[in-house]
Design a protein around this ligand. Sequence first.
Ligand code: NAD
Ligand code: UDX
Length: 453
Amino acid sequence: MKVVMIGAGYVGLVTGACFSEFGFDVTCVDVDETKIRALEKGEIPIYEPGLDDLVASNCKAGRLHFSTSLADAVPAADLVFIAVGTPSRRGDGYADLRYVYAAAEQVALNLSGYTTVVTKSTVPVGTGKEVARIVAKHAPAHAEWDVVSNPEFLREGAAIEDFMRPDRVVIGAESDRAREQMRQLYRPLSLREVPMVFTEIVTAELIKYAANAFLATKITFINEIADLCEKTGANVQHVAKGIGLDGRIGSKFLHPGPGYGGSCFPKDTLALAYSARQHGTPLRIVESVIDINDRRKLAMADRVIDAMGGLSVVRGKKVAVLGLTFKPGTDDMRESPALAIVPALMAAGIEARVFDPQGMSNAKAEIGVGPYYASSAYDALDGADCLAIVTEWNEFRALQLDRVKSLMNAPVMVDMRNIYVPEEMRAAGFTYYGIGRGYTGQSILTGQAEAAE
Ligand code: NAD
Ligand code: UDX
């Protein structure tokens, strides 16, 4: 079978490369010529572990191709996937569907024979119907087609593993022909006993949003429990373990931190909440999660300011911020907590010295001038009055503490990912603040009092 993947981004490039690894002939099409030219030369435009080898081997085998032309790629395709961006719309937070609809129109104009048109982008309930309407309007009379929804659940940083070993594959299809094509495409996974959930298009669309909103809620729940742990002296990591061992709760996504970020949870919770309001059934839990998460990012800046002695004394002091991406294993800065934390610190008059192993170039584009962009963790630490760990990259887990201490002006650490052990850090001479197990101080930006462990 021939597959066309529209959008060679984090999802399109990974899923396209994985389908070619299954043995299918895949063409990734993108409007971004620079991206396609780079891919043709063997350069991978994003950082995703293992993707370079996967792309190289499948290109070499002649199964993976790149193009900027849908007119060239679509007519021969059996399946066309739409994997373009669906960012938040300015103003109301609903998904901006213009790229999806533009792609659907371009696909329709080039259809020939029978083609399954699959939406892989995360799209609100009802989008499939609109895609079908657009295709019907623009497709040539001789073309036959079906529209399918096949949302993607991969995580950045673990994208290939997530795609190759997913918990499930969700397929919204409403004709036997389309269902059969999707079955054939995912046969390599069903042979491995990956569950396949076949349902209607609207349900598949809602499954994706419900999954992301539930996971965002789980993270927000443990973040609030972490705050309570700080007031009561309880240890959030033990609470997470103690509740996570209950099979009905599960241990994953119970790591407290500076609030969830990324290209999915923030925008998808907003779009779901908007969509629910439009349908007259507001999702109050999701609305609260969005609000709590936004405040949490700013509250993290408070913690750093507190750790440095409070708002009245921080002007002119230096903070080393380690980790800028929204999670490790990616260069993606979209909605990263660092984008709220670093500007808030600078607004308080603190000099920010920032470093990230993969996110520096995207961080410069997002944050711009202001921080000192360091060449390494140790360069960032030079003369710092506080170390703030925002993202838990492996290389920050085993910093040489003696070297850190000798470089810093004051050995103060705010560890937003709990990657160090409080007792060990105190024994090493650090004033250490973790999450849910040891923060003491007065919140400034949120105006809430925080209490000691
Ligand atoms: P991305 O911004 O990395 O990539 C989108 C690509 O689509 C860009 O390269 C852009 O140039 C291209 N594009 C836009 N319009 C086009 C058109 N008409 N024709 C061809 N190419 C076009 O986005 P992403 O992170 O890959 O996300 C894509 C979709 O997948 C979104 O709906 C997102 O919510 C969803 N999703 C993302 C993730 C993730 O981890 N990033 C996970 C699951 C689902
Ligand atoms: C997410 C979903 O997990 C994935 O299924 C979907 O397809 C895309 O969105 P991703 O955004 O790549 O994936 O990363 P994820 O690992 O889910 O982390 C999202 C955010 O939540 C990060 O900022 C991360 O640091 C945070 N997080 C995650 C926590 O704070 N605690 C946790 O326990 C887990």
